[in-house]
Design a protein around this ligand. Sequence first.
Ligand code: CMC
Length: 436
Amino acid sequence: MIPSDVKATLSFSDGSPAMDLPIYKGTMGPDVLDIRKLYATTDKFTYDTGFLSTAACQSAITYIDGDKGELLYRGYPIEQLAVKCDYLETCYLLLNGELPNAAQKADFDNRVTQHTMVHEQMQFFLRGFRRDAHPMAVLTGLVGGMSAFYHDSIDINNPVHRHIAAIRLIAKMPTLVSMAYKYTVGQPYIYPHNDLSYAANFMRMMFATPTSEYKPNDVLVRAMDRIFILHADHEQNASTSTVRLCGSSGTNPFAAIAAGVACLWGPSHGGANEAALNMLEDIQRNGGVEKIGEFIAQVKDKNSHVKLMGFGHRVYKNYDPRAKLMRETCYEVLNELGLQNDPLFKLAMALEKIALEDDYFVSRKLYPNVDFYSGIVQRAIGIPVPLFTAIFALARTVGWIAQLNEMIADPEYKIGRPRQLYIGATRRDVPPLAQR
Ligand code: CMC
């Protein structure tokens, strides 16, 4: 952190002494006021529900400029990474800070590939779930369960353990997600195949059966890899902050990542891709493009509690750069599969056009986010809707680990412990049962 020449002074109207607050500069983005000594000096907390103005950490991993619609991983624009790199190179970048050279890439790919199998006992653990369990329920359990299987990588304070846990998590997530899927459809799970690329291996584990081999299609594999890259990290979002907070207690990496999976499940976060596709299917069932006007009117009616899923973002107040790339991928995939006239895609395009011209959305700076198109791409590839968020979790795992490892290595890191404005009853005595 670079100290700024500018100082802020906090003064009070009741005569309490004023306090100087240091200001720090990042390499980009807003400066921060250092309020760490505020409570000790003034006996006051700050109040910031939803962390609208609070930087809870310093980070060198991902940068978002929400007004410009810019997303950088370690300084590299997402638009360049999405076309020049594959997902595992992106993972290496997020974890290590630099892109790998050819030898480093080969070594990293090989390490991840060597860890794709999961402990055989995990399939018995999987069998404890109901067949109709949501894949995110299963994934939360399986990822948390990894801490019971890999005892040699659970010490979060040991950098070697953290490294092995990172490789294991990245390598095993595709296996776990496809196991969760196969379980719900009653098919035997398919072991990983280490001759295939990361994305192709995942697609094979999803779609092959013991009786029919899956032949990877380059366009679809590339689309899946791009979905992974676009979801790999997104700075201090809800699930990442959850992983950091959970990990700040010193818990093991698998437990911390399981907390991230659980948080991601929510429809305001990773669950939005599933919710966006369900919304499009609902509109389609109830009249399609003709009914967009009616649907938009419902969205604008605050009493309806209906949201245009896949629109709006806490940070982006411009078109989400990931949505632009995903829309491009959507065209490629639908063309490859001969689905150019896919009614849901047409509906999404019409909905987007109308929303982008409507004052409700324009004045609130609500633009499509990555989830608006990712559902259509995944559905076209053949991924069942309830699995969308699990794929997001698979892709985001590297971001969670990179952020967790960055926090643990930060000398300023402390256990996360927010404060509160207490508004409950003041002290009172417990009346005897007969008098209540
Ligand atoms: N549809 C209709 N109105 C909306 C929407 C939407 N999708 N998003 C925000 N608004 C309205 C909101 O009602 C509020 O209106 P008003 O000022 O009249 O009260 C205004 O826009 C500001 O919204 P907010 O709820 O204060 O914004 P937020 O930053 O707290 O919420 C959000 C961000 C992503 C939770 C929200 O936009 C949303 O629920 N979107 C739909 C779900 C979604 O697509 N989520 C995926 C996010 S991207 C994937 C990820 O990174 O997880």
